[in-house]
Design a protein around this ligand. Structure first.
Ligand SMILES: [Cu+2]
Length: 228
């Protein structure tokens, strides 16, 4: 990478975090995991299953990579039930609401504490089943399990951030990265002569800089420079 370009572009970036624009109206998490660290992960329930059905339960499937998990009791749903496999690992966390509201007008936050696997740049996937009941007692269900590219019902995803320091970091990424949202809190990412920034002003500078191409994905085993 061209360090002068990098420094010049980085100097032009605004230091405050840009507000996240990612859709968060479904059931999911906007958290990012810190590799190897114990961390509380929050799942937001943006709405019920259809126009007027309050959420009755949320069942979160836990990926096999997560081997340490505790439930975090919720004000509305109480303590979640943990389902374990023969190896005593948690495979499912189920939050069930005791007092159903006749209206779908609340935003719920449900949490678990996990040890984030020490696999930076990978993304954990949490399929979620949401069950609802309306004022007439009619049940409905939404399965947030479709991992397709433009899925209407995406599962929750937790990208795993590497251990990093403020300023410049050099990483060799072990896996291909197609979604650069994992760098949403970085000022700029360089891979060779390609650069990426979630900051629109920096992204514009990258696009207008001769000899620099916008970075859209990163191949496995690439060396990258990231300024946080
Ligand atoms: Cu939604």
């Amino acid at each position: 990478m061209k360090l002068q370009n990098a420094l010049r572009l980085a100097a032009a970036t605004v230091l405050t975090l840009s507000p996240t624009t990612s859709a968060f109206a479904h059931v999911g998490t906007s958290d990012k995991g810190n590799a190897g660290k114990s961390q509380v992960i929050s799942f937001g329930v943006g709405h019920g299953c259809d126009a007027a059905s309050d959420t009755l339960s949320i069942e979160i499937s836990i990926p096999a990579e997560v081997t340490t998990l505790r439930g975090v009791p919720s004000a509305d749903f109480g303590a979640p039930v943990l389902t374990r496999n023969e190896a005593n690992l948690v495979t499912k966390v189920t939050f069930t609401k005791t007092r159903l509201s006749p209206l779908d007008e609340q935003y719920y936050t449900l949490q678990v504490r996990i040890t984030v696997p020490n696999t930076p740049f990978e993304t954990l996937v949490f399929p979620i089943i949401q069950r609802c009941k309306n004022a007439d007692g009619v049940d409905s269900m939404t399965a947030w399990v479709d991992t397709g590219p433009d899925s209407e019902y995406p599962p929750a995803r937790l990208p795993i951030l590497p251990a990093r320091s403020a300023g410049w970091n050099k990483f060799t990424v072990p896996v291909a990265i197609t979604d650069l949202a994992i760098f949403s809190d970085a000022e700029i990412v360089w891979s060779g002569d390609s650069a990426y920034s979630a900051n629109p002003t920096t992204a514009e500078l990258i696009a207008g800089e001769s000899g620099v191409t916008p970075l859209e994905s990163i191949e496995a085993n690439s060396e990258i420079w990231v300024k946080y």
